[in-house]
Design a protein around this ligand. Sequence first.
Ligand SMILES: [Zn+2]
Ligand SMILES: [Zn+2]
Length: 204
Amino acid sequence: MNKFERAELDHQLEKAFTFHGKPCGGTVIGVRMAMLGLKLIGITDPKGTQRKDIMAVAENDRCSIDAIQHVTGCKVAARALKLKDYGKVAATFVNLKTGKAVRIVCPEETRQIVEKYKPAEGEKKDRTIAGYKNIPLNELFYAQEVSVAFDEDDMPGHAKSRIKCSRCGEWVSDHRERDVNGETLCTTCVEGGYYKVVKDRIPL
Ligand SMILES: [Zn+2]
Ligand SMILES: [Zn+2]
């Protein structure tokens, strides 16, 4: 890393730590992953002229996802940041203009390798942060060129459809409804969902 790259990393880290709420090793990994990802897909102005050209897919919902959001400018609410919670320290960065996509992985071995880049002295957390800043990219990550095919219903922009669930009466966007024996149902009515209604229409 030359001194300009180091300065850019420090600049991104400072803002990412603020966004994340605290400095931590996971944020350093996420910032370096996102900076590398953007570079490899040819994005130099992620928050300006190229802001609509990027999509990112995070493979876990921990610290690095804040860093990826901060560096790429991709937001869940804009449908440009996807979460595929596979429990892996990995993410994919897609240039929607060129179709180029790169998946970056921080492998398990890095946990050992990073030890030699940690300063001998200092608090555990500071040593971890310094270690993940100092470790060369090719020892921190491996990368794969990938092809990514998103469904039209997953892309940014207005909702492609809106339809009423014939059982609960709630509305469903973007073709997330299911057709079961000729009945149009929402996911909750088909799968049971993550909640059970204890009392309906409570007073507000
Ligand atoms: Zn964290
Ligand atoms: Zn329903």
